[in-house]
Design a binder for this molecule. Structure first.
Ligand code: NAP
Length: 286
């Protein structure tokens, strides 16, 4: 029940109607019996500053950020965690006495299912498909894992160069860039292959970033990780599974980055199980 004392949380983005965050956050809040509500806010890029000023005026407790604001919000913040600075993008913001503080929980979300595999990653070659916002969290995660090489594949040479240069300052970042034409040469050496492009996302479920020929180049023991969570499995994960790969979809990353954000706002543990179940139920009903 919403009362006069209910505290506000939310997520900003454009578009925002597709966001699953309200479902999992409100499920976890209800499970804890807390007087909070988590709402979606459609914020157009030109109105970002007004929205953030308005949030301060109405004493919004904290919020998530999705496309296209994860980088644009940086100048409006008073404090950015070191992981947020390394990635150059944040997804979780909270109010302090001095203004807004922020961090990025996508990296820990991405790493969670990989940590569960309990591997030594020091000899791992990671191949990352795409070089957009989520790819930044994935590369930061691969650096944290200590991967021997991180090969990033993109379609726009200028964006790729920009992406590469942004990592130069990161400690010992062994990042290299490639166009898609080089993918067949990279795939046989990939131990961890991550799709950060939206190719294969619902409703285009018949698509994959890998052609049938590409898929034939996959090593049998590759770990294939798709950040997409709808459908599950994607065509990409199905191709990898058919060749004996370990397949990881994007649902756990979504849940874990959300749980990490909620714990920052509430300053107490939250039920990852409740959040995961609420999403699975919602996706089944769609
Ligand atoms: P983004 O910033 O728009 O980046 C998308 C990347 O994919 C860009 O490098 C883009 O290339 C590339 N791309 C798009 N369409 C392509 C195509 N047809 N062929 C080749 N490359 C293509 O988006 P994002 O925020 O990184 O999100 C990417 C995906 O990750 C989405 O499916 C999103 O739902 C998913 N995601 C999942 C989670 C999770 O928690 N599971 C979290 C974040 C994101 P250009 O730059 O050249 O356009």
């Amino acid at each position: 029940m919403i009362t006069g004392k209910t505290k506000l949380l939310g997520v900003i983005g454009s578009p925002i109607a597709h966001s699953l965050s309200p479902i999992m956050h409100n499920a976890a809040i209800a499970h804890l019996g807390l007087d909070y509500v988590y709402l979606p806010f459609l914020v157009e890029p030109a109105l970002l500053k007004q929205a953030i000023d308005g949030f301060a005026a109405i004493d919004l407790h904290g919020f998530n950020i999705t496309i296209p604001h994860k980088q644009a919000i940086l100048p409006l913040l008073t404090e950015i965690s070191s992981i947020g600075q390394t990635i150059g993008a944040v997804n979780t913001v909270w109010r302090t006495e001095n203004g807004w503080s922020a961090t990025n929980t996508d990296v820990s979300g991405f790493l969670h299912p990989l940590s569960a595999l309990k591997r030594d990653w020091s000899q791992t070659t990671a191949v990352v498909l795409g070089n957009g916002g989520a790819a930044r969290a994935v590369v930061a995660g691969c650096i944290q894992l200590g991967c021997a090489a991180i090969q990033v594949v993109g379609r726009d040479a200028q964006k790729l160069e920009h992406f590469l240069h942004s990592w130069m300052a990161s400690l010992a970042a062994n990042v290299q860039i490639h166009t898609w034409a080089n993918l067949p040469n990279l795939l046989p050496h990939a131990d961890l292959l991550v799709n950060t492009t939206p190719i294969g996302m619902s409703p285009h479920i018949e698509r994959s970033p890998l052609s049938a020929q590409d898929a034939d180049h996959l090593a049998p023991n590759v770990i294939a990780y798709d950040l997409i969570y709808n459908p599950s499995p994607t065509m990409f994960l199905q191709q990898a599974r058919d060749r004996g790969a370990i397949a990881i979809d994007g649902l756990e990353m979504l849940v874990q980055q959300g749980a990490a954000a909620l714990e920052i706002w509430l300053q107490q543990p939250v039920s990852v199980d409740v959040m995961r179940r609420s999403l699975k139920q919602h996706l089944r009903l769609q």
